[in-house]
Design a protein around this ligand. Structure first.
Ligand SMILES: *[C@@H]1O[C@H](CO)[C@@H](O)[C@H](O)[C@H]1NC(C)=O
Ligand SMILES: *[C@@H]1O[C@H](CO)[C@@H](O)[C@H](O)[C@H]1NC(C)=O
Ligand SMILES: *[C@@H]1O[C@H](CO)[C@@H](O)[C@H](O)[C@H]1NC(C)=O
Ligand SMILES: [Zn+2]
Length: 487
C-alpha cells in the first residue's frame, strides 16, 4: 500500500472571442450576453507560472493511479498521411490494440494496473469501483496477459482489434441518404457521426428556417479559431426558465454531440407541438465545446480526449483536459499538473479559450439558468456535484431525486440502466469539472451525464446506437424539463 502514498494522480474514468451578430430577430442582449462582453484570449492568456513535469503527490487512498507519462501512440508507417490543419500528420493506427475489462474487486489488481501503465503497456479507459476497462497496446498483449495470469486476475477481452472497430464505427452514408441530405437544406443526420462543418451548418439552417424561435451565436473561438456555436430555442416569453446543455468537451466521446444535436432537431422542428414544459424554457445548446479536438479525432487520432492548445511541455505534449480547467476548486484531486497527462488541468483556471468562453457566457448571460447538463461518454451514469471531493451540496436530495426520475424515464424507453449519484462518490474525485463550476454559480440542477455504453464498445459506439441512445436521453431530458418548468 506504500505505493499509494507515493505516486498518484488518478485517472480512472474517463473518463476569441468575437461575437458574431445574431442572425435572426431575437433581441440581442436580452438573453444573449452583450456583444464584446467576452474577453479576448490574449487578455487572460498570461501564463507566468512554471511547472515541473513530474509526478504529483496527492493524498493517499486513491484506488487507481495514473502515472503521468506521455502516451506512446502506435504509428504504422504504412498508413496514409492525412491533411491536418497546418501540418501533415499520420493517422494513428490502433491495429492489434485490445480493450479488456478487468475486475478490480481485489485491491492488488490496482497495483498491477499501475505498474503496467508506468511501463506504458496499457492505458485506462473507463471504469468504476468494481471494474476498469484498459487499452492494451499490440506489442504488449503477450506480456500483459502473462502478468494477469501470474497474478490470477481474470480478464475479459471486450475488443480484440480496436482498429477494426474504428474502421467499422462510422461508415459513409448510402446514396439515398446523401440525396435526402441535399434536399433537406443541411447535411446532419443521426445515422452518422458528422464533422463540425455539418453540425454548424445544421445549426445555421435551423436559425434561418425558424427565425422566430431559433437563433445561433458564436460565444467565442477555440484555440485553432473554430466557432463555439450556441443555438438558442425560445419563444421569448419573459417567464421562461433557462437551461444550458453542452456536449463534446472530450473530443473522442462522439455520441455526445450526436445526442445534443438530436435534442436540438426535436425541439426546433416540432416546437409547435412540443409540451408546455419544453416551451416554457429558453434552451441553450453548445453541442461541441471542443471543436479542435473533435476534428482531430476525425482526422488523426480517434482516441484524442483533450483540446489542441500547445502547452509549455518540454516534451511537446499538447492539450488540456477542458473538464479539469474550470475555476471551482481547480487544481485538486483527480487532475494533473503534467501537460502530458490525459487529465492535465491547464496552467491556470480557465487558461483554455473553450472553458473560458463557456463560463463567461453563462456568467454574463441575462438568462437565469436553472439547469446545466453536460453530456459525456461512457458508462451510463447520471452524476451530480461535487466532483472535486467526496462531498455533496446541501440540496443533494433534490439532485438525487430528479436524477432517479430521469434514470427511470431512460429505462422505460428501452431498458438501459443508468446509475445515479455524486461523481466523486459513484466514481472518483475529479476537480475542475464544468458541473462543479456551474453548481458553484448557483445553477441548481447541474449534471454530468455519461451516455452509453457500459464498455462493450466504449468510445467507439457504432452509428446504429445514435438514435436509440439519443431517444432515451431525450426522455430523461423531458423529466428534467418538467421539474425546471415548475420550479
Ligand atoms: C461497474 O461497471 C460495470 C460495467 O462495466 C457494471 O456491470 C457494474 O455494475 C458497475 N459497478 C458499479 C459499482 O458501478
Ligand atoms: C515483454 O517481455 C520480454 C521478456 O521479459 C521483454 O524482453 C520485452 O521487452 C517485453 N515487451 C514489452 C513490449 O515490454
Ligand atoms: C434566478 O432564479 C432563482 C431561482 O429560480 C431566483 O431565486 C433568483 O432570484 C433569480 N435571479 C435573477 C437575477 O433573476
Ligand atoms: Zn468525458
Amino acid at each position: 500500500m506504500e505505493m499509494w502514498s507515493r505516486t498518484v494522480v488518478l485517472l480512472l474514468v474517463t473518463t476569441t472571442v468575437t461575437c458574431t451578430p445574431l442572425i435572426n430577430e431575437l433581441e440581442p442582449g436580452k438573453d444573449w450576453p452583450p456583444r464584446n462582453s467576452v474577453k479576448q484570449p490574449s487578455d487572460y492568456e498570461k501564463e507566468t507560472s512554471t511547472f515541473a513535469e513530474k509526478e504529483e503527490v496527492l493524498p493517499t487512498g486513491n484506488p487507481i493511479e495514473e502515472i503521468d507519462e506521455p502516451e506512446e501512440v502506435v504509428i504504422d508507417a504504412s498508413q496514409p498521411i492525412l491533411r491536418n490543419a497546418d501540418s501533415w500528420e499520420r493517422k494513428v493506427d490502433y491495429s492489434g490494440a485490445q480493450v479488456w475489462k478487468v475486475s478490480t474487486e481485489r485491491v492488488s489488481v490496482l497495483g498491477v494496473i499501475t505498474r503496467l501503465r508506468r511501463r506504458n503497456l496499457i492505458s485506462t479507459w473507463g471504469g468504476n469501483h468494481s471494474s476498469i476497462d484498459i487499452l492494451v497496446k499490440p506489442n504488449a498483449i503477450a506480456n500483459v496477459t502473462r502478468v494477469f495470469q501470474r497474478e490470477r486476475i481474470p480478464i475479459d477481452v471486450v475488443i480484440d482489434d480496436l482498429q477494426q472497430r474504428i474502421n467499422d464505427e462510422n461508415p459513409p452514408l448510402d446514396a439515398n441518404e446523401i440525396e435526402l441530405q441535399d434536399r433537406r437544406g443541411h447535411r446532419m443526420t443521426w445515422k452518422q457521426y458528422h464533422r463540425i462543418e455539418d453540425i454548424h451548418g445544421f445549426m445555421d439552417y435551423l436559425a434561418k428556417t425558424y427565425p422566430k424561435i431559433v437563433s445561433v451565436n458564436s460565444i467565442g473561438k477555440s484555440h485553432e479559431g473554430r466557432d463555439l456555436k450556441v443555438l438558442r430555442i425560445s419563444d421569448g416569453k419573459p417567464t421562461n426558465k433557462a437551461v444550458f446543455i453542452d456536449g463534446g468537451i472530450h473530443a473522442r466521446e462522439w455520441i455526445s454531440p450526436a445526442t445534443v444535436t438530436y435534442f436540438i432537431n426535436q425541439f426546433a422542428e416540432n416546437f409547435d407541438v412540443e409540451t408546455d414544459d419544453i416551451k416554457n424554457i429558453d434552451w441553450y445548446f453548445l453541442p461541441v465545446v471542443n471543436p479542435d479536438g473533435y476534428e482531430y479525432t476525425h482526422q488523426t487520432d480517434r482516441l484524442w480526449r483533450k483540446n489542441k492548445k500547445p502547452t509549455r511541455s518540454a516534451r511537446g505534449c499538447v492539450g488540456t483536459d477542458i473538464n479539469r480547467n474550470f475555476g471551482y476548486r481547480w487544481g485538486g484531486r483527480g487532475s494533473s499538473a503534467n501537460p502530458c497527462s490525459e487529465i492535465y488541468r491547464g496552467s491556470t483556471p480557465f487558461s483554455e479559450p473553450e472553458s473560458k468562453a463557456l463560463s463567461d457566457f453563462i456568467k454574463n448571460s441575462a438568462a437565469n439558468f436553472t439547469a446545466y447538463i453536460t453530456y459525456h461518454s461512457y458508462g451510463q451514469y447520471l452524476l451530480y456535484p461535487w466532483g472535486y471531493e467526496n462531498a455533496v451540496p446541501a440540496d443533494h436530495k433534490d439532485l438525487h431525486d430528479l436524477g432517479n426520475r430521469m434514470a427511470e424515464a431512460i429505462k422505460q424507453t428501452r431498458g438501459s440502466s443508468y446509475q445515479v449519484g455524486s461523481s466523486s462518490g459513484l466514481l472518483y474525485p475529479a476537480s475542475g469539472g464544468s458541473d462543479d463550476w456551474a453548481k458553484s454559480q448557483g445553477i441548481k440542477y447541474s449534471y454530468t451525464i455519461e451516455l452509453s455504453d457500459t464498455g462493450r464498445y466504449g468510445f467507439i459506439l457504432p452509428t446504429s446506437f445514435i438514435e436509440p441512445v439519443a431517444r432515451e436521453s431525450l426522455n430523461g431530458l423531458r423529466v428534467l424539463a418538467s421539474q425546471v418548468a415548475k420550479a
